[in-house]
Design a protein around this ligand. Structure first.
Ligand SMILES: [Zn+2]
Length: 351
């Protein structure tokens, strides 16, 4: 077996980290989000069925999890392929595809997309939130879960020889469940064997990222190679965010393009706008965290694809980067966030 140390593992094999270029560190290219359907209020039930059309697109944008067809991203491989070519033309180089067991990971399709577009695709090992854990997973020991994760990276995922290059997104709920806690411990054990990158989906509470980091740390994880996703909808208080930053993991703002009035999974949250995300990143840079910031869109529903009037995988490159420059963030720092930080994170430390 060739050594992973100093390399990045894509679905097409090992590459030199310098080959990646601009990298989106949290996206989905094919998945199903049926698990997280939110029934609409009784007067809007009819809207959850049927096809996506111009006249219901705004409703779907505001209620993305209440429209059944919108949750089936796996039906859009042709549109996704076209978008990846668009992403590449806009200067994109690599995409971390965070789909894990529970939301229909499909590494064969990822391999095909990588071959057909030339975009580097890195697949995710491990398990999504508790609601998607099978009865078999629930009764497994930490050691058994660790073996599965290690195997997905060293031998291949889902019965193929296509290997994952990161662990995650590892799904956590709030409050964290027993099964999720075991998966977190297994993640840390697998990471200490492999020296590999890890990425976490925290529960929707500002204490959740802290609790997760504590569990990972106690189980021996390498926080310098661990990403906390979705901070844009999780920690709002600036002081608390800076306190979290001190723990040493990567801080990911990965819901770029999402502008909602009501966040269906947590009505207490006022989802920030892209301008507010940029202001947050600017604040983190001013506080000295430029080595720790990552950005992405976390596309996981159809309505966010360009084919359905959405922003697509190139939104950050085409619209957010120019706005960052206007707000005084230098090209140097932008390159750090989009090229250098992902490269450092994705490179295996040993094995
Ligand atoms: Zn995700």
């Amino acid at each position: 077996m060739s050594s992973l140390s100093g390399k990045v593992q894509t679905v097409l094999g090992l590459v030199e980290p310098t080959q990646l270029g601009c990298t989106m560190t949290h996206e989905h290219l094919t998945m199903s989000y049926k698990c997280c359907f939110v029934p609409p209020s009784s007067d809007q039930e009819a809207l959850s069925e049927g096809h996506m059309e111009m006249k219901n697109l705004f409703w779907i944008k505001q209620n993305p999890y209440s429209h059944k067809e919108n949750l089936l991203l796996y039906q859009e491989t042709d549109a996704v392929k076209e978008e990846l070519l668009h992403f590449k033309a806009a200067g994109g180089g690599a995409i971390v595809e965070n789909t894990t067991t529970g939301i229909s990971r499909d590494v064969k399709t990822l391999k095909k997309l990588a071959e057909e577009t030339g975009v580097h695709i890195i697949a995710g090992a491990g398990f999504y939130v508790d609601g998607t854990h099978s009865p078999e997973i629930r009764v497994m020991s930490v050691e058994q879960l660790t073996d599965i994760i290690v195997n997905e990276i060293l031998s291949g995922a889902d019965g193929t020889n296509i290997k994952c290059g990161v662990i995650g997104e590892i799904g956590c709920s709030w409050p964290l469940t027993e099964s999720e806690k075991k998966v977190l411990q297994a993640t840390a054990h697998a990471q200490s064997q492999l020296g590999c990158p890890v990425i976490i989906h925290p529960g929707r509470h500002s204490d959740a990222p802290f609790q997760i980091i504590r569990i990972l740390q106690e189980a021996g994880a390498d926080l310098s190679k661990t990403v906390m996703s979705h901070l844009d909808r999780t920690i709002f208080d600036e002081k608390k965010l800076l306190e979290f930053g001190k723990l040493g993991c990567y801080l990911e703002y990965d819901l770029f393009g999402t502008e909602l009035l009501n966040y269906q999974f947590n009505p207490d949250v006022d989802m920030p706008s892209d301008n507010e995300r940029i202001a947050r990143i600017r604040m983190l840079i001013d506080e000295g965290y430029e080595d720790r910031i990552l950005m992405a869109h976390d596309i996981h529903t159809k309505n966010r694809l360009m084919n359905y009037g959405g922003h697509g995988y190139s939104h950050i490159l085409k619209n957010i980067v120019p706005k960052m420059l206007i707000r005084g963030i230098s090209q140097n720092r932008i390159d750090k966030i989009l090229v250098e930080n992902p490269k450092q994170w994705l490179t295996f430390k040993y094995r």
